[in-house]
Write a protein that binds this ligand. Structure first.
Ligand SMILES: Nc1ncnc2c1ncn2[C@@H]1O[C@H](COP(=O)(O)OP(=O)(O)O)[C@@H](O)[C@H]1O
Ligand SMILES: Nc1ccn([C@@H]2O[C@H](COP(=O)(O)OP(=O)(O)O)[C@@H](O)[C@H]2O)c(=O)n1
Length: 226
């Protein structure tokens, strides 16, 4: 069977990661979480004392960290300079700083190149999730999906994941999420956007299972017509 490239974009909490992993596992494809790569480079900047409010400081050093992504959908990994970064990249500090780092054009150029290399190495194909996959990273993807959901649904899903000290109330989670969406959609270089030829799926009232089934059906339809 020919390889297939699936791009899944959308704002935070719309179900990109859970859907992409499940679809990739079901169809025997690789999986790439591009948000984890932007989080990883942000974590490296923070731990190395780089001022993340200074785009030129970020641009100067952004080629330094070695970022590696494991693409097995059942056990995805992310490491920086050989160190497992899967835990530290999910802290609130990284989450609140990642939009500033990911807006720097030099960072995007570097990470985009990495993403294209990973996608072209995936023999059977790959599901790549992010913000600009269908528009910029892989504009020739076979299937493009843009997931949406109401801010209320997204905030409820996200705050359900936070535990203990990091747990905030729903309103604070909603505010932080809306702020990040605005920064990601408003930046100059490859902002969060739906590609003209992407299929938009509003997941507000859908279960995760329904979203997975919908995407699997779209991919199978595309494969049948290839
Ligand atoms: N359709 C859905 N209905 C309810 N919960 C969902 C749905 N899709 C995802 N979730 C849950 O919402 C949370 C955020 O999903 P995730 O896949 O991480 O979103 P994203 O990658 O877009 O930020 C996860 O806890 C996930 O299990
Ligand atoms: N293709 C991508 C993916 C993520 N990002 C950036 O990385 C951040 C974290 O992405 P993520 O997918 O881990 O975020 P969540 O949806 O998991 O909260 C986003 O807020 C963007 O600033 C990006 O700019 N382009």
């Amino acid at each position: 069977m020919e390889s297939v490239i699936v791009a899944i974009d959308g704002p935070s909490g719309t179900g990109k990661s859970s859907t992409s992993k499940a679809v990739a596992a079901e169809l025997g494809l690789s999986y790439l979480d591009t948000g984890a790569q932007y989080r990883a480079i942000t974590w490296w900047m923070l731990t190395n004392g780089i001022d993340v409010d200074d785009p030129s400081a970020i641009a100067t050093v952004c080629d330094k960290p070695v970022i590696e992504s494991g693409t097995d959908p059942l056990a995805p990994t992310i490491s920086v300079d050989g160190v497992d970064a899967s835990g530290p990249i999910r802290t609130r500090e990284v989450t609140s700083r990642v939009s500033a780092v990911s807006a720097v054009p030099e960072v995007r150029a570097r990470i985009t190149e990495l993403q294209r290399t990973i996608a072209s190495a995936a023999e059977k194909g790959i599901v790549v999730e992010g913000r600009d996959i269908g528009t910029t990273v892989l504009p020739a993807a076979d299937v493009k999906i843009f997931l949406t959901a109401s801010p209320e649904a997204r905030a409820a899903r996200r705050s359900g994941e936070l535990k203990g000290k990091e747990a905030t109330d729903l309103a604070a989670t909603r505010e932080a999420l809306i702020k990040r969406d605005a920064a990601d959609s408003g930046r100059k270089t490859s902002p969060l956007a739906k590609a003209d030829d992407a299929v938009e799926v509003d997941t507000t009232d859908l279960t995760l299972k329904q979203v997975i089934e919908c995407v699997v059906a779209l991919v199978e339809e595309k494969r049948a017509s290839k």
